[in-house]
Design a protein around this ligand. Structure first.
Ligand code: GAP
Length: 588
């Protein structure tokens, strides 16, 4: 159930704060992020602005580390040096493109025409949702027995079934989860409201039935079978008043679906004229496609190869929600990998598998991470395959939310830009075609296919924070952020136990040494104030993997205490061994 009530006055945080799952509370995670300087509400002192978030000192460094890990593993040393499906070295190059491009780019890409979602408003609660996300629960009338999943009534919502409840969900599975998990708050049409006892996933005779079949129990002991079905947009357009609001259960408060453009626009130049209208990019990918020819002509890359781009994208999301998960300004890291059409299926599998392994390598391993292959009917018309790497965020649990999409885009984008720009974007491959008498190849001209791993860095940062957030009641300060050392914004902390007896000087020397070796990837903290327990607790919350403490024994025997964030265990090592110790554990 979507709740838009603002929590603690933070616009756009509402859903995240309202829910918790997977045993972790988003309220607690968001409080830690603010307390330790990971994420701040944009324009905080003016009350915030819905859908925009800023990163504090630690968040900015965490995101930089994530971006650099992507850059290193996708461009500099793609796929960690794994060989491609044909045994070839994987080659990728970077690009940095403008947020504002020629408006025709977005006409060619389909964003001007297609980046519009039909939206419905609830006039009473002022909440807005995507029309194609309205799922109705249809009760079968009294006396109905036996069900045929192919029964025509399931497709014609105006017939025998009684509309009882609606929920907002992107899939029927999600809708089923919502109504069964949360039966009490399913907003029923008042005709049914008081009588409902519960909703359970039902199996009906005869034989197995699809998941979206339900059993609705009433207080009078009756169990009525029901089905979930996406309400067709034309049904909503012709009779919106018939459907109960997913927020209040009352019929008659929904508007007809209306188009809503997700692209932000602005005007270039001095004259504020529609003719000078431009758009803020909704994805970084198109900047790559339009430079395909420039890259081929200016470098020695040969197909297969990839072009990568990271940067800000903007979408005027209707309902920005769940903290930095769905915002209006966010950062993407996208690779467009160009290959011969015959090899595209193998490259698709290659990148899909590598991207999953990559997220695992940063600590998202385990049952919170899944790879979900899209069903045929979810694919764009030009795509032969798309998978999402999905993470179980506390606000999606027990379900998952998309972290990255890996799409087989065929030749769609290059063909579109070739058609709209009238510039030839095909590729002449000198390694293919008939073998000539001189042993060379005749060559083959073709439009390359493209595989696109498209990641969101904000969602990545959020997943890493949620995964790392741990509450261990056995520790004096129970909140710990177990960030992977590669991503951690603070790599180490050096503490003199007391602010006297020469300890601060020793600590400062060690800090300088560690900074020289590891400072490129993050902060080396040094702090002489407060009790040592408080200093450790602060570092645990900040995700710092190791603390080194200088005490009176250091002066005597040149050893320091090392404290491991994840276990809280302490051991003694020589001060001259600290760099090696840290280097081995940070993997640098
Ligand atoms: N070029 C393909 C493309 O942009 P997408 O699935 O729309 O595909 C890719 O976006 C990734 O960008 C998503 O998997 C997600 O991580 C991130 N993303 C998309 N919209 C977002 C939003 N409003 N807020 C934060 N991240 C978003």
């Amino acid at each position: 159930m979507s709740s838009e009530a603002n929590q603690k006055g933070v616009p756009g945080a509402s859903d995240a704060a309202a829910t918790s799952g997977g045993g972790k509370s988003m309220d607690a995670i968001m409080a830690l992020c603010k307390r330790r300087g990971f994420v701040f509400q944009a324009s905080d002192i003016y009350g915030g602005i819905n859908g925009f978030w800023d990163y504090g000192p630690l968040g900015a460094q965490l995101k930089k580390n994530l971006r650099e890990a992507w850059w290193q593993d996708m461009i500099m040393n793609p796929a960690w040096g794994r060989k491609g499906p044909g045994g070839e070295r994987v080659r990728c190059v970077p690009l940095e493109t403008c947020i504002i491009q020629h408006p025709k780019v977005w006409e060619a890409s389909g964003h001007v025409a297609g980046f519009n979602d039909p939206m419905v408003d609830d006039k009473e609660t002022k909440q807005r949702f995507r029309a194609d996300h309205l799922v109705g629960m249809f009760l079968f009338p009294d006396g109905a027995t036996g069900f045929d999943p192919d029964h025509p009534h399931l497709r014609d919502t105006s017939l025998v079934m009684l509309k009882a409840a609606t929920v907002v969900a992107s899939t029927l599975g999600e809708a089923a989860q919502q109504v069964t998990d949360d039966a009490k708050s399913v907003k029923l049409d008042p005709r049914f409201g008081k009588r409902l006892k519960g909703v359970v996933l039902g199996t009906f005779e005869p034989g197995p039935v699809p998941k979206q079949w339900l059993n609705v129990e009433f207080h009078d002991g009756k169990a009525v079978p029901a089905a979930l079905q996406v309400i067709p947009i034309d049904a909503l357009t012709s009779a919106p008043a018939e459907y109960p609001s997913p927020f209040t259960g009352k019929p008659g408060t929904l508007t007809e679906p209306r188009q809503f453009s997700l692209m932000f626009d602005t005007i270039t130049g001095a004259v504020r004229d529609e003719a000078n209208k431009v758009y803020l990019r909704p994805e970084t990918a198109q900047g790559i496609f339009i430079h395909f020819k420039n890259v081929v002509d200016s470098t020695r890359v040969k197909i297969p190869f990839g072009i990568g781009n990271t940067g800000k994208s903007f979408r005027n999301e209707i309902t920005p929600r769940n903290y930095i998960y769905r915002s209006r300004e966010f950062e993407q890291a996208e690779l467009e990998f160009f290959c011969h059409p015959d090899e595209s299926a193998a490259w698709y599998a290659f990148w899909r598998d590598f991207r999953m392994d990559w997220w695992k390598s940063l600590g998202l391993a385990g049952e919170n991470l899944i790879l979900r292959e899209h069903a045929k009917d979810e694919l764009s018309h030009y795509s032969t395959g798309t998978s999402d790497v999905e993470y179980r965020f506390p606000f999606t649990a027990p379900g998952f939310g998309e972290l990255e999409g890996i799409a087989h885009r065929g030749s769609y984008d290059l063909t579109q830009h070739q058609t709209h720009s009238k510039v030839k974007l095909d590729y002449f491959d000198t390694t293919r075609g008939e073998t000539l008498p001189n042993g060379g190849k005749k060559g083959e001209r073709y439009m390359p296919h493209c595989i696109e791993p498209a990641a969101g860095l904000d969602r990545g940062a959020l997943a890493l924070i949620c995964e790392g957030y741990t509450v261990d009641p056995s520790r004096p300060s129970p909140e710990i952020l177990k960030l992977h050392p590669r991503i951690a914004p603070i790599k180490a902390a050096v503490f003199p136990l007391m602010d006297k007896d020469g300890l601060p000087e020793i600590a400062e020397k060690l800090t300088d040494e560690l900074f020289a070796k590891f400072g490129k990837g993050g902060f080396i903290e040094s702090d002489a104030k407060q009790s040592i327990g408080k200093r450790y607790a602060r570092m645990d919350e900040a995700g710092c993997p190791f603390c080194f403490t200088i005490d009176a024994d250091t002066v005597k025997d040149q050893t320091v205490t090392v404290r491991d964030r994840d276990t809280g265990k302490q051991e003694r090592i020589g001060i001259d061994k600290v760099s090696v110790y840290l280097g081995e554990r940070l993997g640098t």
